[in-house]
Write a protein that binds this ligand. Structure first.
Ligand code: TTP
Length: 672
């Protein structure tokens, strides 16, 4: 019941920390002479001075807005300093900003559970820290309260009394008669002020924060007083905050659902939702969404802070505004190649530094057609299993594009209609890698996968059960290119300055999960799995054969035959040493000896098999052998001999000599 959730989440202390005009601050740290001056960071392209993507607060005072181009900004603020974003491969290179974001995260992460929400935003669950403070040094016992704490904005508290407001804040924070949840919030205020000071000291960056009982309210609050300030949402102020909040400003209501609430139910503010019962909302929007809407109208959100310091996905994108729109498939391919290079570099870096692999590649594009009544038709997004290695990604990205393009152009394609050729333009391209999971640290052999319980689905960095991961031979290509730093991108649509609407091409990662399951289609690549066909068959066969336990999974099975399916079902101890020895003895026995010992062998095998069945929950006989086909041959062989040591498999023409065959070739250890 929602009310029960309210009780539990009220006792939590959550902060949302958001850097102020982040890219500007990063540039100002690099060039300190820009500090205090009206400054903006612009896209690299020169057209009309480039699009503004970050604007300093001094420039904002002069009327400069993010939606402007450089020339426009100069017109309203002649003294503005325009700094161009770094460029690589003909597009913005955000590594500088990503690195700066990571500096901040590493400071904040020391305080409690920390979720990196975007390049410059972090959620913190400070409940434990607040509880300790309340137990050891409650605010009311403090003789001195820091100035930064006293500057906090507490919603519902008037600031009109001039300097007295600091006293009011002090009184509020030190109330002895407050209930426990509000006392915890007071501790949160003190902790966050301290953290913000620490971030400033160590990075020279200012940030703002929202402090509340849940993520939703903390996020709403953090943007209310900027820059370098913090805002608190006491429980008593929730209704007032939400009553006038435009419905579309609420997270997840900026799109179709928000529009439907406006047009179908006449709802303009979050507060307006209060007039509808939970049942009524469920009638309109289904059980879950109805309950969720009912909850958010009351400031209730059970969403947990995920312990995630790394991004959920990697993206690389570019917009092609106005005359720069792409007109030919060869230019599209050229740009997809650039984007793929960048993506591959980041994947390699993630693999090397964080031991993570991504499993889904998604392509988004924006386009328009001339001479078409349907010219606003959305360019479909497509996904396929991700294969590591630049050339594979390039190939798959272009294949995805072509599949989407065919669908977009419709049955007539680009054939002439009447006398006129149908023309099309691509105005934005982005590719992203998602469904990222950890691989066990120090992996040196495929056997480690089987021996590590940590390889089961709980590996997900964000706590969700992940989909299948495909490990392909091309992983080696990805590894050979490893360099660069960490992850998560952010850039706006270069041309329009419209931010975070449907898809942000230059900033494909910014707060948007690039893949929704319904978008996933087959990868048209020859080598990649055809999900649309295979998913159907595999949903039946693969799940039945190797994944009995997966039948309970709520996650949709895309049907990628994958080694991870096997890992997912392995949660027991590895075969004992003795068993392994038995296995290897059997496998190395000559044909003749094998024949003469066949009854002994079959008995040993049967025992081994029975043990595996007990441990794993299924018989190795039941494993669909086709799941191995996606693996490098060396690993196939290693895996097959591990599973069925006495059986000869055909697909075993290994490149290596067996003794060296190992997944380590594909995912080399960090020190390489
Ligand atoms: P934001 O946090 O949205 O904005 P900001 O930090 O510049 O300013 P504020 O103080 O108002 O929070 O974005 C963080 C950085 O992400 C921003 O400095 C530049 C980049 N960015 C884009 O590249 N494109 C976008 O559309 C937006 C909104 C931000």
């Amino acid at each position: 019941m929602p009310v029960a959730r309210a009780e539990t989440s009220d006792a939590r202390v959550i902060a949302h920390v958001d850097m102020d005009c982040f890219y500007v601050q990063v540039e100002q740290r690099k060039q300190p002479e820009l500090r205090g001056l009206p400054t903006a960071v612009v896209q690299y392209n020169e057209w009309q001075g480039g699009g503004l993507i970050a604007v300093s607060y001094e420039a904002r005072k002069c009327g400069v807005k993010r939606s402007m181009r450089g020339d426009e900004a100069k017109a309203v603020c002649p003294q503005i300093q325009l700094v161009q974003v770094p460029v690589a491969r003909g597009k913005a290179d955000l590594n500088l900003y990503r690195g700066a974001g990571s500096e901040v995260v590493s400071i904040l992460a020391k305080s409690g559970k920390c979720e990196r929400a975007s390049i410059d935003e972090v959620y913190l669950d400070l409940t434990d820290a607040a509880e300790s403070m309340l137990a050891d040094a409650p605010p009311e016992s403090l003789e001195l309260i820091d100035e930064e704490v006293l500057k906090s904005h507490i919603l519902g508290m008037s600031r009109e009394d001039g300097d007295d407001f600091k006293e009011n804040v002090r009184d509020w924070i030190c109330r002895k008669d407050a209930d426990r949840r509000e006392k915890l919030l007071s501790c949160g205020i003190i902790i966050v002020a301290e953290l913000r000071k620490q971030v400033l000291k160590e990075t020279e960056f200012t940030c703002s924060a929202g402090i509340a009982h849940n993520k939703m309210l903390a996020k709403l609050a953090s943007g209310m007083n900027k820059p370098a300030q913090q805002t608190v949402v006491p429980y008593s102020a929730v209704q007032e905050l939400l009553s006038s909040l435009p419905i579309k400003k609420m997270k997840q209501l900026g799109g179709k659902l928000g529009t439907s609430l406006q047009t179908d139910l006449g709802i303009d503010t979050v507060g307006d939702l209060l007039q509808y019962s939970e049942t009524k909302l469920q009638e309109h929007y289904g059980i879950n969404t109805g309950t969720w809407l009912w909850n958010i109208a009351r400031g209730i959100s059970g969403e947990e802070v995920q312990g995630r310091l790394l991004p959920k996905s990697h993206g690389s994108g570019k917009t092609f505004p106005g005359p720069r729109a792409l007109k030919s498939l060869s230019t599209v391919q050229h740009w997809l190649n650039q984007l793929s290079e960048e993506l591959s570099e980041r994947l390699s870096s993630d693999l090397e530094q964080n031991k993570r692999i991504a499993s889904t590649l998604t392509l988004h594009a924006s386009a328009f057609k001339s001479r078409d009544s349907n010219s606003h038709k959305k360019f479909p997004s497509k996904s396929c299993p991700l294969r590591y290695g630049v050339t594979k990604i390039q190939e798959d990205a272009f294949n995805l594009f072509q599949a989407a393009f065919r669908e977009y152009m419709g049955p007539f394609g680009s054939k002439p209609r009447g006398n006129k050729q149908e023309t099309w333009r691509i105005t934005g391209l982005s590719i992203s890698a998602s469904k990222i999971v950890d691989i066990p640290s120090g992996t040196s052999s495929i056997m480690r996968y089987f021996q590590s319980e940590s390889t089961v689905p709980s590996r997900s960095v964000d706590g969700c059960v992940q989909d299948h991961v495909t490990i392909t031979p091309s992983a080696s290509e990805g590894c050979s290119e490893q360099r660069s730093t960490e992850t998560q991108a952010a850039m706006p649509e270069e041309e329009t300055g419209v931010t975070y609407t449907l898809h942000n091409f230059e900033n494909p990662d910014k707060g948007i999960d690039p893949v929704s399951e319904k978008d996933v289609v087959s990868c048209p690549s020859n080598e990649a799995t055809d999900v649309s066909t295979q998913s159907e068959s595999n949903k039946g066969t693969q799940t039945k054969r190797i994944g009995r336990k997966m039948n309970n999974s709520k996650e949709k099975n895309w049907g990628m035959p994958s080694i991870v399916d096997i890992f997912k079902n392995y949660n027991a101890t590895p075969p004992s040493k003795q068993e392994t020895q038995e296995d290897s003895t059997v496998s190395s026995t000559s044909k003749k000896a094998k024949f003469s010992n066949s009854s002994h062998n079959s008995q040993v095998n049967q025992e081994v098999e029975e043990r595996r069945e007990k441990d794993w929950g299924y018989k190795t006989d039941e494993i669909d052998q086709s799941v191995f086909d996606e693996l490098p041959v060396e690993i196939q062989r290693e895996l097959r001999s591990f599973l069925r040591p006495n059986k000869q498999f055909n697909a075993g023409k290994s490149k290596g000599d067996g003794s060296t065959s190992s997944i380590a070739h594909y995912f080399p250890p960090l020190n390489r």
